[in-house]
Structures are given as C-alpha cells and as structure tokens.
Design a protein around this ligand. Structure first.
Ligand SMILES: Nc1ncnc2c1ncn2[C@@H]1O[C@H](COP(=O)(O)OP(=O)(O)O)[C@@H](O)[C@H]1O
Ligand SMILES: [Mg+2]
Length: 382
C-alpha cells in the first residue's frame, strides 16, 4: 500500500473505507517519454476525428448515432443486455425482442448525455449538474430505488454481485465523507493549472470512481463526465469521445488499474492506459466516419444506376442516416410526401437492397437500413 492516492480509515461500524487524497496527485505526475508520446498521439487522433466529422455530409446525424452507440457500450460494461437495434425499436415505439427494462437503461443514458450537453452550453460543470444527470439516468430503471439524483446516504461497496461488505473488492468513502470529497473534486474541475486536459480528465474519472458518490450508476456517470468535461473545456466541439468500446474490451484491466491507483498510487499507469484508449477509439471513430461517407456515396451511385435517383429518393437516403429504422408514415411526414409515394419509394429501396422490411406484417411495416446499423454497431456484440 502506497498512500499517494489516499488511505483506508477505520470506520465506527468496524470496517475500513478508502478516503482519497484531493487532486492533483502528490508527488506530481511524472511525464516520461512514453507519457509525452501517448499524449501527443491522443491529441492528434482526437483532432483528426474532430476534423473528419466536420466534413461529414451531416455531422449531427453521425453524432446522434454515435451517442446511441456510446450509451449502449457504457451500459454494457455494467451488464446491461441490449442491442442498437433494440434501442432503435424502442425509439420507434415498436414491439421489442429484448428486455424493455434493459433497453430503457440505454435510452435513459442517451437522454442523460443529450440533456447534459445541452445544459453545458449555458451552465458550468458542477455537482448540481452531475446530480441532475444522475436523476435522468436512473429514472424508472434498475436502481431507481437507489436515490436517483442524490449522493449516497448509506455505505456502498464494489465487489462480486451480491457479496457482503466484508467480501468487497473495494470500499469507497462513507456517506459523511462523500460531500467533502466531491466538493474537492468539483474545485479541481475549475482549477487552472498546466495539466493537459486529457490527463486531467483521466484523473477526474478515476477519482470519481474512487469516491463512488452514488449508490448506483457511478460507472456510467463517470464515463459521461469524460465527454462533458472535454466539451465544457472546448477540447471537443461535439460529444465525440467514445471510450466505452475500449473500456469494455479491456474491462478487467480498467478495473485493475483503478485499484492500482488507490492501493499503489499508480496514477501514471492509469493515465497511459486512458490516453491509449483515447487514441484507439478516436482512430476507430475516424475510420467509421470515413466508411459512412463511402457507404453514402456508394448507395447514391447505386440509386443513379437503378434510376431511383429522384429528389425524394435522395432525401430518403439522407434521412435514413439519421433514422435507420423507418416506416412509410414517418417518411411521408419527414419528406412531406403522400403515404402512397412513401410506400412506393420504400419498395424501390427494398428492391435494390438498401433496406429490408423487418416486421413481416402486411400493415405498419418497418424497414431497417441494416448495413448502416451494422457499421455503427461494431463492437456492441454481447
Ligand atoms: N473492482 C473494481 N475496481 C475498481 N473500480 C471498479 C471495480 N469494479 C467496478 N468499478 C468501477 O465502478 C463502476 C461500477 O459502479 P456502479 O455504481 O455499479 O456503476 P453503474 O451503475 O454504472 O454500473 C465500474 O464501471 C468501474 O468504473
Ligand atoms: Mg451498477
């Protein structure tokens, strides 16, 4: 045990709980060659991602889909079982093949992310905002009984599912220490020092997980915090950092490194892992953005070749990149065309193989733009 990050303190009820030292770490973070190189790579790849998305035909729609993906992956890390198709079905008010409660968790995450980003346009980051987001996240889902929007009022712990406190892997600060620790973390959010923002948010995420201020939802809120912070600081123009795919892939290492920060003061190792994740996920997202541009061009050419390239057809193609699960009613409404025209158009799209009817019904048909959904879904397989 090294006390650089904090120490275990005996509690009146007989167990020990970890009380973190406030940020920044002391002794200060060591920037060796590897750290510098990881940091510059993370900065570079993130800037490239910001760049490529700005040349997308419609960056907001790419981002809207990616928010769904991030929501799904971040929830999956905590055991939520849902798919992107399920989320789209839920949003389209369709009967679900999956457990509605789990899909709703992902839906809440999307709402929470959008809500927070919206608030951050006019409000600074604050504990109040974090609590507000928590409320959105936990409303009406698993954990809704666990004081949504409020910090813990009883001791929590991390460990195997259902294990009692004395078998916990990690015991975070008790409730009466939580406000103080969170207050210091809030103060650190505002502190203007020379720490690079990506390093700073790595520290903040770890510290947040260490404090574990809520009874549930700490993993998800802690990951939302990463996006919020970088947006708030002007590092990202859009919610474009999707670390969850990386954290899901390396989940055990993610947990182990957080533990090593607490017990060994191993901040540098955690930061390096985090920065590698930023670079890897930014590169992946850049490639996906390029593939989306490619897919769109290919389908546009296909429409021309098959002589389906009316202005309506082009608008439908564009629209499907925002809403890849569609019905004739919605298309009629969205494109301001009659239902009959919409049906004809959808039939043509199905005929050339762009979309596929998925309900098998004669009425209230729904069509899926599967190639696109598959592209976005990559990495969300259970
Ligand atoms: N063994 C562990 N060591 C360190 N951190 C852990 C460990 N297990 C879980 N965590 C952290 O706690 C989070 C889960 O906490 P929890 O409050 O249940 O969040 P959620 O409700 O979003 O699942 C994980 O995502 C991770 O960040
Ligand atoms: Mg949980």
């Amino acid at each position: 045990m090294n006390e650089r990050a904090g120490k275990y303190i005996q509690q009146p009820l007989g167990y020990k709980a970890f009380i973190p030292n406030p940020l920044p770490p002391n002794p200060v973070i060591v920037f060796d060659d590897e750290m510098h190189s990881l940091l510059s790579k993370a900065d570079r790849t993130l800037a490239r991602l910001d760049g490529v998305t700005s040349v997308l035909p419609n960056p907001d729609l790419f981002i809207a889909m990616y928010v769904k993906k991030e929501a799904l992956l971040s929830s999956q890390i905590e055991g939520t079982q849902a798919s992107l198709e399920g989320v789209l079905e839920f949003e389209a008010d369709m009967p679900l093949k999956e457990d509605i409660n789990q899909v709703r968790e992902v839906f809440n995450y999307i709402q929470a992310m959008n809500h927070g980003m919206d608030r951050l346009k006019t409000l600074p980051m604050s504990l109040r905002l974090i609590k507000e987001i928590h409320r959105t996240l936990m409303e009406g889902v698993r954990g809704a009984d666990k004081t949504p929007g409020e910090f813990k009022r009883s001791q929590n712990w991390v460990g195997p599912k259902g294990a009692p406190l004395n078998q916990a892997t990690y015991v975070p600060p008790p409730p009466d220490e939580t406000n103080a620790a969170m207050g210091l973390l809030e103060k650190y959010l505002y502190e203007k020092d020379n720490t690079p923002p990506l390093v700073k948010i790595a520290l903040i995420h770890s510290q947040f997980e260490t404090i574990h201020p809520f009874l549930d939802g700490n993993g998800r809120i802690g990951r939302l915090l990463v996006t919020y912070y970088l947006f708030w600081q002007g590092i990202l123009n859009k919610p474009l950092l999707y670390l969850s795919i990386y954290l899901k892939k390396h989940r055990q290492r993610y947990y182990d490194l957080l533990m090593n920060v607490r017990h060994e003061g191993a901040w540098e190792e955690w930061i390096k892992f985090f920065l590698s994740g930023v670079a890897e996920t930014s590169e992946e997202a850049t490639n996906t953005a390029r593939e989306i541009i490619g897919l769109k061009e290919r389908l546009f050419t296909l429409l021309c070749e098959k002589s389906v390239s009316s202005p309506h057809a082009v608008r439908l193609l564009n629209h499907m990149f925002t809403a890849p699960l569609i019905s004739s009613n919605e298309i009629g409404r969205q494109l301001s065309i009659s239902k009959e025209t919409a049906i004809q158009l959808l039939n043509k799209f199905e005929h050339v193989g762009i979309i596929k009817e998925i309900t098998g019904k004669k009425r209230y048909k729904k069509y899926l733009f599967k190639e696109y959904v598959d592209l976005i879904s990559r990495g969300t397989e259970q």
